[in-house]
Design a protein around this ligand. Structure first.
Ligand SMILES: [Zn+2]
Length: 167
């Protein structure tokens, strides 16, 4: 199962915009109103990225349900870093801006572009100095061979369609 944060996002008390309070003393990116909310979003995202890479071989999991603004932003960050690792461009900031330049935001979520850019750079600051992200350190873990034997077996009983027909 992909890993989701407990933090869902912040709703601005003044303008109602949903955003990610990703650092201390965050302000609403739509109207500038201050919030007391704060989530260590970059560090949490890094932790999730490591788990996903080991589980799925990618930062973006096989399926990702966006149930909150925090999920939406994380999903974009996962994809960004998967794309970044394809040819590791030298200028990360330029890469992020180019990737986000094509993004189409839902109405009322345009301010997320600023947020994603800021968060991507914060994540990158941790990422580039974290040895876990070097080489094959996060390579997909092979299945434990003993586990293979207790994988669900296909049933011998054919499914009887008629028995459910109500006659
Ligand atoms: Zn606001």
């Amino acid at each position: 199962m992909p890993i989701h944060l407990n933090y869902q996002g912040t709703i601005c008390q003044k303008c109602g915009a949903e955003f990610v309070a990703h650092k201390k003393d965050c302000v609403c990116p739509a109207c500038g109103e201050a919030t007391d909310d704060c989530c260590d979003f970059a560090a949490e995202t890094i932790a999730t990225m490591k788990d996903h890479k080991q589980l799925y071989g990618n930062y973006f999991p096989q399926s990702w349900f966006s149930g909150s603004i925090a999920d939406t932003v994380q999903g974009i960050i996962f994809e960004l870093f998967d794309n970044y690792e394809i040819d590791k461009p030298e200028d990360f900031t330029a890469f992020v801006l180019a990737q986000l330049g094509d993004a189409v935001w839902e109405e009322g979520q345009e301010h997320l572009a600023i947020q994603v850019e800021e968060i991507a750079l914060e994540v990158f600051e941790i990422y580039k100095n974290d040895s876990d992200f070097k080489g094959d350190n996060l390579k997909e873990k092979p299945l434990n061979p003993e586990l293979k034997e207790i994988l669900p077996k296909t049933t011998d009983l054919p499914f009887d369609i008629d028995s459910g027909a109500g006659f």
